[in-house]
Design a protein around this ligand. Structure first.
Ligand code: ATP
Ligand code: PRP
Ligand code: MG
Length: 285
């Protein structure tokens, strides 16, 4: 039987969360230390542990069928490749930054200046679009040090908390793009492996929906139910069960994680009691 070949970063910022999400979709992987390839025990899948930066070419060549990769790397090296799912972790920006003392306020102010970066294609794309002429210095890491050692007037690199910029006396002046981990596929994927990735994607979507929501249970007097139900639309409509206590009901529903605290405040204000909130492992809709 055919197996889906999926690339995952060997080590680095994406590795742990990539392996976690595979585990959460119920895939067990035999993981020997320093193994570059591993098979799943209960799903037709082989994991290849690769460098993030090498993955676009492997996808293009069909060496792997799919990959969990930073979207920023695809924008830099794999604009032709297909993103099928956004995975919600490793969120970051790719930004332009300059020394705090610099008068530059936008990318335009770097006309004729030197920019250090590990993402030359991305920067060039933005420079071309804005008809800006700047000189790129391509370096592979520690980009934020470049202005301090006189190598560049500005940089383009990944920003997350902003602490690396801060520690190096830099300020962000323009966000070129936002990125997160994504699932991408090879244009050469076989029909057989496409059906396997469809199954994997279905499972991933149920885990991602689960992560985005919470299950809420509460008790409420029957005369308040109508108003409470308006706040809690649920997946379809909330479950209402009678309590042993006369005139009271228990209500079960799903709420979005982002507006969870606001909803809880509203529920309390409308007379809800004994509110329990639980994480959701999977949501299959
Ligand atoms: N500080 C950060 N916060 C959040 N996400 C980040 C951060 N830095 C990088 N990322 C994301 O994680 C990905 C992997 O970053 P990491 O630094 O581990 O690898 P790398 O050195 O770019 O790649 P390689 O695997 O080729 O060595 C990046 O492409 C980006 O999408
Ligand atoms: O805004 P922050 O939260 O400080 O994160 C940004 C830093 O994180 C990444 O570096 P990383 O630590 O991955 O080191 P690397 O250069 O070796 O990849 C990135 O290249 C930035 O330097
Ligand atoms: Mg890094």
């Amino acid at each position: 039987m055919s197996k889906l070949k999926i690339a995952v970063q060997k080590s680095g910022r994406l590795n742990e969360d990539s392996m976690r999400i595979l585990k959460e979709v119920g895939i067990s992987i035999d993981n020997g230390k320093d193994q570059l390839k591993a098979s799943a025990r209960n799903f037709p899948l082989e994991v290849f542990y690769l460098r993030n930066g090498d993955i676009p070419q492997y996808l293009r060549d069909g060496v792997v069928d799919a990959a969990i990769i930073g979207e920023n790397v695809l924008i830099e090296k794999g604009n032709d490749l297909n993103i099928i799912e956004r995975l919600g972790f490793s969120k970051c920006k790719v930004s332009i930054a300059v020394p705090k003392s610099s008068t530059a306020k936008t990318l335009k102010d770097l006309e004729g200046k030197r920019i250090a970066t590990s993402y030359p294609n991305t920067v060039n794309q933005f420079l071309d679009k804005a008809s800006i002429d700047a000189q790129l210095h391509i370096i592979n890491g520690s980009v934020e040090i470049a202005p301090n050692i006189g190598l560049a007037d500005g940089i383009c690199d990944i920003v997350s908390s902003g602490s690396t910029l801060f520690k190096n006396g830099l300020k962000e002046i323009e966000v070129l793009l936002k990125s997160e981990a994504v699932l991408a596929t090879s244009p050469r994927i076989s029909q057989e492996n496409q059906t396997i990735i469809d199954r994997l994607q279905f499972r991933l979507q149920s885990v991602l929906k689960g992560r985005a929501n919470k299950y809420v249970l509460l008790n409420a007097p029957n005369d308040k139910l109508e108003e409470i139900i308006k706040i809690l639309p649920g997946m379809n409509s909330p479950t209402v069960l009678p309590l042993a206590k006369e005139g009271w009901s228990s209500l079960h529903s799903v709420i979005n994680k982002n507006d969870f605290w606001e909803v809880i405040d509203e529920l309390k204000a409308k007379g809800a009691e004994g509110i329990l909130v639980c994480p959701i492992e999977n949501m299959v809709l």
